[in-house]
Design a protein around this ligand. Structure first.
Ligand code: PEP
Ligand code: MG
Length: 546
């Protein structure tokens, strides 16, 4: 049994197709004519551009605009002056072949990206490699390898690039398994949205299997079995059956009202990143959307999303939720989430730096586009707007002043907006949790972001593997801040929810109900089991005990 990282849920039993790492014959030596090689390089670039535009177009149809946008990053590398100039100067100065120059520079850049601390940037190493391989293949004159898969294929690869993933034949590939990758790699994100079980980060699985092997993939536990014994197969099917039955049994709760044993109504909502994720929220019986992370509208692209584009995205979610509450969080970019379109400065401590509301207040030009879009979309449903990374009431007031500017602008333009939007904040900085009672007097609702609250309270970077042992949302200090936030909100009769990962943790839910939490928001797949726990929990004292 091999243990990796569970990237996408589900079970699959199939036949391995080992994706060969394509071998290149690089033209070596220092005797190439620079003019000829530069011309070959330019031709290859043009061809790569055409190929990528076509893949992008196809991916937009098959997988949606969001996934297609990944290829913008590839197109961007093709145009990147630093990268291209480095290749050209090797051709000129060292008289290398275009292939050799490209291979050397991609190695250098790849290593540089891979050594960066920022996980998002590390993942760009995969994009760069994808583009370089495409260029090298074109330069070598080879045709792309046609992957033909048998039925029930488990694709095993060192890594899958976004273009590989987009090109998967979904009628035949039933799971995939890779040496590389983490839960936040594009490949893992795509697997979840394609609902293909996937295990990544297996380190050297490609060295341990061959095409034709029988493989069992457990996407829930992140486990993989190769040529299993009859006993292992039996156990695997038992687990799969159990999982199916659990999923099936939970379906009875889809339309059930989320109410505790002692009669408190609680909202179990979904976290989404893209408008189309709303389908999963609905399929899992979400009482609302508790966190729509709008920064994904800004990522993996070269330009900024327009007001119109944002209105459409927000309107879609609001309309599909048919009057159920939808909390849209304003842009939370920075920290681990980079956006090429914003050209943010590099910082020593990005999580403590220029991000989220801090950036938005500093860039009203950018922020107001989103605020106007939110106001305009508000007439299509039950909108609540949440500001991320609020560290004190002044930031909330400053954000609301910009909201008022936008409202006045829209009035002048005779564009309608809803007067019933609720305005709230994410409580994810300890200062805000400590001052929750004072802040709650001004805001309409609070939602606790435990992912950041935990890292700030315990001074423990949520991305660092080295200190992950310290990262504990159940630490009494974090729990006390959660309690203070709930009490602070309730003192003013305001709803207090939670949208960090802790909200979906089966071990924490009953306890949080007891603390008085009013709303839980989590990945759609966790909603029904959370509801099941809440139905068997007691809230204790009534909410208005303060
Ligand atoms: C959080 O910090 O808990 C949160 C929900 O926001 P994000 O994970 O997007 O930072
Ligand atoms: Mg956060």
């Amino acid at each position: 049994m091999y243990q990796g990282i569970a990237a996408a849920e589900g079970y699959a039993s199939g036949i391995v197709h080992l994706k060969r790492d394509w071998e290149l014959l690089i033209e070596t030596g220092n005797h190439y004519d620079p003019r000829q090689e530069l011309a070959r390089l330019e031709q290859a670039r043009q061809e790569a551009r055409l190929q990528l535009e076509e893949i992008r177009r196809q991916a937009a149809i098959d997988l949606g605009e969001d996934h297609a946008a990944v290829f913008d990053a590839h197109l961007m590398f093709l145009e990147d002056p630093e990268y291209m100039e480095a290749v050209e100067s090797k051709i000129r100065q060292e008289r290398l072949s275009s292939m050799a120059a490209l291979a050397e520079v991609s190695d250098q850049f790849g290593q540089m990206f891979a050594s960066l601390e920022d996980e998002y940037m590390r993942e760009r190493a995969a994009d760069l490699e994808d583009v370089s391989r495409r260029l090298l293949r074109i330069l070598s004159g080879e045709q792309p390898e046609e992957e033909s898969h048998a039925e029930q294929t488990v694709l095993v690869a060192r890594d899958l690039t976004p273009s590989d993933t987009a090109a998967l034949d979904r009628s035949k590939v039933i799971a995939f398994v890779t040496d590389a990758g983490g839960r936040t790699s594009h490949t893992a994100i795509m697997a979840r949205s394609m609902q293909i079980p996937a295990v990544v980060g297996l380190k050297n699985i490609t060295a341990r299997v061959k095409s034709g092997d029988h493989m069992l993939v457990d996407g829930n536990r992140g486990e993989v079995l190769v040529n299993p014994t009859p006993e292992q197969i039996r156990m695997f099917h038992e687990r799969e059956q159990e999982y199916r039955e659990e999923q099936e049994a939970l379906r009875r709760l889809i339309h059930v009202r989320t109410r505790t044993l002692d009669g408190k109504d609680i909202e179990v909502a979904a976290n989404i990143s893209r408008p189309q994720d709303v389908d999963q929220a609905i399929a899992n019986g979400a009482d609302g959307i508790g966190l729509y992370r709008t920064e994904f509208l800004y990522m993996n692209r070269l330009d900024l999303p327009s007001e119109e584009e944002q209105v459409e995205a927000f309107r879609y979610v609001l309309e599909r939720m048919e009057g159920k509450p939808v909390i849209i969080r304003t842009l939370d970019i920075g920290g681990d989430k980079a956006a090429h379109s914003l050209d943010l400065p590099r910082e020593e401590n990005p999580f403590l730096g220029y991000r989220a509301i801090r950036l938005c207040l500093d860039r009203p030009d950018l922020f107001k586009v989103q605020l106007r879009a939110l106001l305009r979309a508000s007439v299509y449903g039950n909108l609540k707007v949440m500001f991320p990374m609020i560290s004190g009431i002044e930031e909330y007031r400053a954000a609301m002043a910009l909201v008022e500017d936008c409202q006045a602008e829209l009035d002048r333009e005779n564009i309608p907006w809803s007067k019933t939007i609720a305005w709230g904040i994410t409580v994810e900085i300890p200062s805000t949790a400590i001052m929750a009672k004072e802040i709650a007097s001004e805001v309409d609702f609070l939602s606790i972001g435990t992912n950041d609250l935990t890292q700030y309270t315990l001074a423990c970077d949520r991305m660092s593997e080295k200190v992950s042992g310290l990262y504990d949302p159940m630490h009494p200090a974090v729990l006390r801040l959660i309690q203070m936030t709930i009490e602070g909100g309730h003192a003013w009769g305001k709803s207090v929810g939670m949208c960090g990962e802790m909200a979906g943790d089966p071990e924490a839910i009953a306890f949080l109900v007891r603390l008085g939490l009013d709303q839980f928001s989590m990945a759609p797949g966790g909603i029904l089991s959370a509801r099941e726990i809440i139905l068997q929990s007691e809230a204790g004292d009534p909410v208005d005990k303060y």
